[in-house]
Design a protein around this ligand. Sequence first.
Ligand SMILES: Nc1ncnc2c1ncn2[C@@H]1O[C@H](COP(=O)(O)OP(=O)(O)OP(=O)(O)O)[C@@H](O)[C@H]1O
Ligand SMILES: [Mg+2]
Length: 125
Amino acid sequence: MIVADERKLRQILVNLLSNAVKFTPPGGKICIRCASADDGGLLLSVTDSGQGMTHAEMDVALERFGRVEKSGTRGIEGFGLGLPLTRALVELHGGTLELSSEPGSGTKATVAMRSLEIGLPNPTH
Ligand SMILES: Nc1ncnc2c1ncn2[C@@H]1O[C@H](COP(=O)(O)OP(=O)(O)OP(=O)(O)O)[C@@H](O)[C@H]1O
Ligand SMILES: [Mg+2]
């Protein structure tokens, strides 16, 4: 169980999914996964089989207004704000956003959210 702003959590997922759709050519594959982390938190990942990015390109992608120019992406619209905004929203929830990518073999974006900590009364008191 996690505590999150429902609208913002939806925006996080929509941003990651819209990137996967935009930067994956027709016939590609996009996968959303949800799993529990070892620490009890929640892992949400969006994986695509699109054009991917190098390490340097991922750094650019996470900057405000950072867009990676590639031959296949000219004409694809965007401000370059989705990823930095997504990371800020995830971090405001106490979570983390990680990207892993290989040029030509796709991208995986993983959001790790912390679990809800419930203070249960101690039965010995
Ligand atoms: N799944 C992905 N595969 C390949 N490149 C990506 C992917 N996601 C993001 N990028 C690269 O990172 C850049 C920044 O992504 P970001 O979501 O911040 O901006 P955008 O999608 O271009 O515009 P906006 O989200 O503001 O509409 C993109 O322009 C693209 O070059
Ligand atoms: Mg985007």
